[in-house]
Design a protein around this ligand. Structure first.
Ligand SMILES: C[S@@+](CC[C@H](N)C(=O)[O-])C[C@H]1O[C@@H](n2cnc3c(N)ncnc32)[C@H](O)[C@@H]1O
Length: 213
């Protein structure tokens, strides 16, 4: 189980980020375009905003996070039929091929490289062959315009201030091609990519390994 690195940030997370997160969740849901009743899991679900939106849209929604502090913020907000699980995204214990969609937002960049690989292997295991992965994270490609430059500079400053393994993970992620390189190394096919916030972030829809792109 990962350490609870969000012990101190958990209470501040929604006041600082929930409104921008809702925009990202809207983009994810449009790109996934699921039908009601679809089974979806948000790995590293944090304070549960995506899981709540999925449940409200009529999906069978599950969230997994390793931080008890983040889940303690999420749980009182859940007034729908969503399920939250305290667990490691690399070892979920879900049945193989049991989800129509997996999402993971703003989490892979902060992991140590071997943990990141383990999470991607787990995503490939739990996705149905007809399913999709929608991942959102920092995009290492050159940013677009002033908005992108400001976003990237602020991101770098924040990640550096957090320091430790988190910063090392970010540096490695950015230097090794971000989501496209990571996922394609594990056999995923990039289906659609939408650059956001001046290209500082991307939302990318992937098809699982073994499926023609
Ligand atoms: C930056 S937050 C992102 C939260 C949410 N996905 C969002 O977009 O707002 C990263 C989250 O990933 C979780 N996390 C990191 N590594 C994890 C792992 N191996 N298993 C489960 N959760 C993990 C942390 O506990 C934290 O809640």
């Amino acid at each position: 189980m990962p350490r609870d690195d969000y012990k101190f940030l958990a209470r501040l997370y929604d006041p600082l980020l929930a409104s921008s997160n809702r925009g990202l969740i809207g983009v994810s849901m449009k790109m996934l375009d699921l039908t009601p009743g679809s089974r979806i899991v948000d790995l590293c679900c944090g304070t549960g905003e995506a899981v709540i939106a999925y449940a409200k849209a009529g999906y069978e929604a599950v969230g997994v996070d390793g931080s008890p502090s983040m889940l303690a913020v999420a749980r009182p907000k859940i007034d729908t039929a969503a399920t939250l699980i305290h667990g490691d995204a690399a070892r979920t214990g879900f049945e193989a091929a049991s989800f129509d969609a997996v999402t993971i937002s703003m989490a892979l960049h902060e992991m140590a490289p071997p943990d990141r690989d383990d999470v991607v292997v787990e995503i490939a295991r739990i996705l149905r062959p007809t399913g999709h992965l929608l991942a959102i994270d920092y995009d290492p490609d050159p940013v677009i315009g002033l908005k992108g430059r400001i976003g990237r500079a602020m991101t770098f400053a924040v990640e550096r201030a957090v320091g430790g393994e988190h910063y090392a993970g970010y540096r490695h992620f950015m230097a090794h091609g971000g989501l496209p390189a990571l996922l394609s190394r594990h056999g995923f096919h990039l289906h659609r990519r939408k650059r956001l916030t001046g290209g500082n972030l991307s939302a990318i829809l992937f098809k699982p390994p073994g499926v023609a792109s």
